[in-house]
Design a protein around this ligand. Structure first.
Ligand code: HEC
Length: 352
């Protein structure tokens, strides 16, 4: 009797210990997952080549979206409005020329790259359908991306390739006959044949089959990011699919130029590199300015990939950076103005 009770108690105790352990494990895993998302989000905000309109948005979600668009999805590689020789890069900022990367914000995701025809040459005209052109992904005056698509439309585009604009339907039998007869102008449709049954209702070239494997969480982050980038009007011809109605003043961010000025110890070797002999460095960004009126807010974060630092006052213009031991450190400063426009700067600290 006594032995049995003892056994039962041990069983209960072991069960409790296991529960506590599981609890600890899952909460530390959770903390790590959050840390990873925060890191990706910070990197995303740091690499966005355009100012972002954060009004009403979750900066962590927008940052993650920027990371997915700018570091992984290469959306601007295809959706840039820029042409040769620099395409998506600014003149003088073309990494393929050995220059320091600078993405051209004036054509960022505004569409227009021509990927040629995808249909089957049929009949005497050898017509393979209209050229497939990357679309303008910037938000319109409603603030919704790619010219006003809703989140649910966007999710469907990214997972099923639906072309809501029906720009290039599959040719009907009558249209095929027109093509054979050499009618001008040729109908705008994709001709198909046995062995090439391209479905004109689906986006062609666009890697939606790959993107369809992203989680909804990630796709929503991309949507949030695309909602926060500046509207680019594209061609003024309102019938062009690349034209986007930015409205006047509307919800698109007013053009803002945020100039970040950081002062620190000693003489800075460049605007953003400081050398120090002390383990605690005070930085001051209070001379930063924005072309928009109103106060600026500041957020300082350790840069991913560098030794970690503590940053007391990390949400003020004048933080202290606590360095562990001699070496090179980087911190990322994000400055946000009263309209939600942001700019970032990377500050290098060399602890001698
Ligand atoms: C390999 C080139 C390429 C890449 C990379 C690419 N796209 Fe596309 N995308 C296209 C082309 C081309 C079209 C238009 C296809 C058509 O007309 O059939 C398109 C269409 C779209 C559309 C439909 C727009 C509309 O108005 O219906 C969306 C949304 C889109 N892309 C988003 C993205 C996002 C987000 C990324 C990055 C995660 C991305 N694309 C990366 C080439 C690309």
């Amino acid at each position: 009797m006594k032995a049995t009770r003892l056994f039962t108690n041990i069983g209960v105790a072991a069960g409790l210990a296991a529960m506590v352990l599981v609890g600890m494990l899952s909460s530390s895993m959770c903390a790590q997952a959050q840390e990873t998302e925060a890191t990706l989000s910070q990197m995303g905000l740091a690499i966005s080549p355009v100012p972002l309109n954060m009004a009403g948005k979750d900066p962590t979600q927008v940052g993650l979206g920027s990371y997915l668009v700018n570091a992984i999805g290469d959306c601007n590689g295809c959706h840039t409005g820029g042409g040769p020789p620099n395409f998506n890069y600014a003149a003088g900022g073309n990494p393929y020329f050995g220059q320091i990367e600078k993405i051209d914000p004036t054509v960022y995701l505004s569409g227009g790259q021509d990927f040629g025809q995808v249909g089957t040459p049929t009949g005497p005209m050898m017509y393979a359908g209209p050229d497939i052109i990357a679309r303008n992904l910037t938000p319109d005056k409603t603030g919704m991306p790619e010219g006003g698509h809703t989140l649910s439309q966007f999710l469907q585009i990214m997972t099923s390739g639906t072309d809501f604009d029906h720009l290039h339907p599959t040719c009907t039998a009558a249209q095929l006959a027109q093509i054979e007869a050499g009618t001008t102008p040729l109908p705008v449709c994709i001709p198909t044949s046995t062995g090439n049954t391209a479905n004109g209702n689906l986006l062609q070239v666009m890697p939606w089959p790959t993107f369809s494997h992203m989680t909804q969480y990630d796709l929503e982050a991309i949507y949030a990011y695309l909602s926060s980038i500046p509207c680019i009007e594209g061609p003024s011809d309102t019938t062009s699919v690349l034209h986007n109605d930015c409205g006047s003043g509307g919800v698109t961010p007013p053009p803002a130029t945020i100039t970040i000025v950081v002062t620190g110890p000693g003489s800075s070797t460049s605007g953003t590199t400081f050398q120090t002999n002390a383990s605690q460095v005070s930085l001051n960004a209070s001379q930063s300015t924005s072309t928009n009126a109103g106060p600026l807010s500041y957020s300082w974060q350790p840069a991913p990939g560098f030794p970690s630092v503590a940053i007391p006052g990390g949400h003020t213009a004048t933080p202290f950076i606590q360095l562990g031991r001699p070496g090179t450190y980087e911190v990322i400063l994000t400055v946000t103005d009263s309209t939600g426009a942001t700019a970032t700067a990377t500050i290098t600290l060399q602890y001698l």
